[in-house]
Design a protein around this ligand. Structure first.
Ligand SMILES: [Zn+2]
Ligand SMILES: [Zn+2]
Length: 806
């Protein structure tokens, strides 16, 4: 894969908007009105549009939100957009086919197409040009303008995406041609993300991203790559950028040969295990070598070691030829030598539901992988794999599961074997490799989370065709090639812009050739602590330094890299268990919960088990309970302290009085939900609920049965507007004495509003309000409206009240 994705994996769409008047920075806002475009009317008509209408719409959107958007953001930086740089085949008769076919009326335009590769130069020149402008006021103004432009684009396009997927859903599981309109929509989405990433590099380091619906063209791309509809839904919820999804849609998943025939849009079940039909796989499909279990010799057995309080690990000895030689397994105590714990997903075929055995070919392969992690003198390196080391016999099995946390914590290293990563490898640009890890089956599963979280620092390895790759190399290794790409392009014959902006080109070329000098100077400036006052130094190095750094980061897909790294770092956040730092301990549940998001498991009741292990709890009594809810109650009742914000979390809750503050599952597959980390306010778990100290509003209405879904509430001289913000509603309790809204951010109330939960007040105990959770609300400042004075509910602000939410 080319180090720069826009060259290799570019989106090609037909050039459609030749007939439209140029849209630019000045007429951008009124452009839609000029052409009578109204997204609401469009949606109202549902699927009642002629093919011609849809083609016209595609052309108009390209004029407005592709070329218009580009001119709108580049215009203020005195850069013009030339069609010949972005549209190929503009003046030729070539009839190369494009990856989306236009409608009938547009086929004659097929020979010219918009090519995202041309954008790379524009963005490089944009960064270079702006990084030498020293005007903070202008920078803030342009940033605000670009944000507004992108937000508007985002809102229009998300409406279009929802309309298209409802009334024009993709056909044939994505195999058919993608309609031109859908391709144009995707091109706007990707362009917007690039514009935002570049604007941020230039004007602001503000961390903010756009959220897009899953558009038809992107969905088709994912399905064509071999992701199933359920996986596509999860990926869309899990990934921040559509550009990331676009890259993920370029990976081949067909080679995995998994059965997605029972999957739906809501769920992928291909990796769930049905033990009655589960088949252990051999290294190759045509192999049928014998299975091997632990040898009956003088060594202690795995079960015996577990009963004695130890953890069994194994060594595989093989002799003779690959096909006929002897393979034996010897079991030993984990403390005897450093061992490797293997982390795999059962659907890849390394499990066995009927016996503690594996085929000889797999055992040889595993021992080979594990040996690669250590020098020869340590071979054969002992390792742990659940298939052999967790006995099937019920009681010992429970013991082994209880010791799972210890197993991974005590391992010298953890080796991840995901069959897809082991096929495709992790040798591309870092940004792409991290997306592979973020999307692979191994990170889709629940059990592998603890294996990832508990591995020792920098001792997590990924098996690839080239051998094991250590995590630090994956996340931070030197595979970012931005500067190299820049050197290759700027001033070359591919650089269409160097004659248009000769000064900018000169600056870039000069900075590239003086790169080391600039870095030296910068570090001297930093040593002398004079980075603010450059005293008119004509060689002031920082601008060139920033320019090179930002272009390098941009060409290395910095924003995608950050997304992948954040995901990875979250997964490697080590569960502290019992820690003396109350705020960190209190957030453990939230952070672990955040990492559980979007993960799947064959058995829902395994989640509390994993959670307990990650929280450092002994899951002994959890194993005795059957239901998810009873198991979860045990976990949360032992937790002691937890972030107070967890009461605002939008996951499904434990449906029992006293527990409604607590999640039933973190694996909610939704973009919206976050378990809420807080470093300022911690709740304490007690038998009636969660004790929290938060602001709130006590409603002084007489109706103890009902609260309207929307109402105005007056507190002092302020008027607030409260509206319901969720569907969950638990039955009211007979003892309800009144209502209150508990606020997440009572300070922000007068400006932006705050998330809130509606609670029933059940009584007061030593200054603590006993409160029963009902549902989510949002409270914001009301626009004063004298006509609506009636029906206003008077309220009393409680600044820092103790609530017991249950
Ligand atoms: Zn599936
Ligand atoms: Zn075999």
């Amino acid at each position: 894969m080319d180090p720069f994705l826009l060259f290799e994996e570019r989106l090609l769409v037909p050039y459609l908007c030749a007939e439209y008047e140029e849209c630019n920075e000045h007429n951008f806002i009124d452009y839609a009105k000029t052409y009578g475009f109204d997204v609401a009317t469009l949606i109202l008509k549902g699927d009642n549009h002629s093919a011609k209408d849809l083609d016209d719409l595609a052309a108009f959107l390209q004029a407005w939100l592709v070329f218009g958007l580009l001119r709108r953001v580049l215009g203020p930086s005195d850069m013009s957009v030339r069609l010949e740089d972005l549209v190929s085949g503009l003046n030729s008769d070539e009839t190369e086919s494009v990856n989306c076919k236009p409608g009938n009326e547009l086929s004659e335009l097929q020979h010219s197409r918009v090519d995202t590769a041309g954008l790379v130069l524009y963005f490089m020149y944009w960064i270079a040009k702006e990084s030498h402008v020293d005007d903070p006021e202008r920078r803030d103004r342009l940033w605000a303008q670009h944000v507004a432009t992108l937000k508007m684009t985002n809102s229009v396009v998300n409406d279009l995406i929802a309309w298209r997927s409802r009334y024009y859903p993709i056909q044939d599981g994505g195999k058919g041609d993608v309609p031109v309109l859908d391709s144009i929509i995707l091109s706007i989405v990707l362009l917007s993300e690039y514009v935002l990433a570049t604007s941020r590099a230039i004007f602001s380091d503000h961390s903010w991203s756009l959220e897009w619906g899953l558009d038809n063209a992107l969905l088709s791309r994912l399905l064509r790559a071999g992701w199933c509809p359920g996986e596509a839904t999860v990926l869309h919820n899990k990934f921040i950028h559509s550009t990331s999804l676009y890259i993920v849609g370029g990976f081949d998943r067909h080679s995995l040969n998994k059965d997605h025939s029972r999957c739906s849009k809501d769920e992928c079940v291909a990796n769930n295990i049905d033990e009655s039909v589960y088949k252990t796989k051999h290294v190759s499909d045509d192999c049928n070598c014998a299975h091997v279990g632990e040898a009956n010799d003088n060594h202690p057995s795995a079960s015996q070691l577990l009963r004695e309080g130890s953890i069994p690990v194994i060594k595989v000895y093989s002799s003779g030829s690959r096909s006929r030689g002897k393979v034996t397994i010897s079991v030993q105590d984990y403390t005897k030598a450093p061992y490797v714990a293997i982390s795999h997903v059962w659907s890849d075929g390394l499990g066995n539901a009927n016996a503690n055995t594996l085929p000889r070919c797999q055992l040889r392969r595993l021992q080979g992988y594990v040996n690669c992690l250590y020098p020869k003198s340590f071979h054969p390196v002992p390792f742990w794999i659940d298939t052999i080391c967790v006995p099937l016999e019920r009681q010992v099995r429970k013991t082994a599961i209880r010791r799972m946390g210890q197993t991974y914590k005590n391992a010298d290293s953890v080796l991840v074997i995901d069959s897809w990563l082991n096929q495709t490898g992790l040798d591309g640009p870092r940004a792409v490799d991290l997306l592979k890890v973020k999307s692979c089956t191994w990170t889709q599963r629940l059990w592998t989370l603890q294996e990832a979280l508990l591995a020792q620092a920098n001792q997590l390895y990924f098996q690839t065709p080239e051998g094991p790759l250590v995590e630090s190399e994956l996340a931070y290794g030197p595979r970012d090639m931005g500067i190299g790409i820049m050197e290759r392009i700027i001033g070359s014959e591919d650089d269409n812009l160097h004659e248009v902006y000769p000064d900018v080109a000169k600056t870039m070329i000069l900075a590239l050739s003086n790169r080391h000098d600039i870095e030296r100077k910068v570090s001297k400036y930093l040593d002398d602590k004079i980075y603010f006052d450059h005293g008119g130094d004509p060689d002031y190095p920082f601008r060139n330094f920033h320019m090179l750094r930002e272009i390098n980061s941009w060409l290395s897909h910095g924003f995608i890299l950050v997304e992948g790294r954040n995901f990875f770092n979250n997964m490697r956040w080590r569960a502290a268990g019992k820690s003396n730092a109350p705020f960190i301990e209190a957030n453990t549940l939230s952070v672990v919960g955040e990492s559980m998001k979007n993960r799947m498991t064959s058995k829902a009741e395994d989640e509390p088990l994993c959670l307990a292990t990650l929280l450092g709890q002994d899951p002994k009594d959890i194993l005795e309970e059957k239901s998810v809810q009873e198991r979860m109650k045990l976990v949360v009742s032992r937790i002691g302290h937890v972030s107070a914000y967890i009461i605002f979390s939008r996951c499904q809750r434990i449906d029992e009085e006293g527990y409604r503050w607590a999640p039933l599952s973190f694996r909610e597959n939704s973009k919206m939900y976050s378990p809420g980390v807080s470093f300022t306010t911690v709740g304490q778990v007690c038998d009636k609920g969660l004790l929290v100290r938060l602001g709130g509003i006590v409603l002084e209405n007489d109706d103890t049965h009902n609260v309207p879904s929307e109402f105005l509430v007056s507190v002092g001289s302020d008027l607030l507007f409260a509206r319901i913000d969720g569907e969950m509603m638990y039955p009211g309790r007979p003892v309800c004495k009144g209502w209150a809204l508990v606020l997440r951010d009572s300070n922000g109330l007068s400006v932006t509003g705050s998330e809130a939960v509606l609670v029933e007040l059940l009584g007061e105990d030593d200054g603590v309000f006993l409160a029963a959770f009902r549902t989510h609300y949002y409270v914001s400042p009301a626009i004063q409206d004298s006509a609506r004075k009636e029906g206003i509910i008077p309220g009393r602000i409680m600044g820092n009240q103790q609530w017991c939410v249950g």
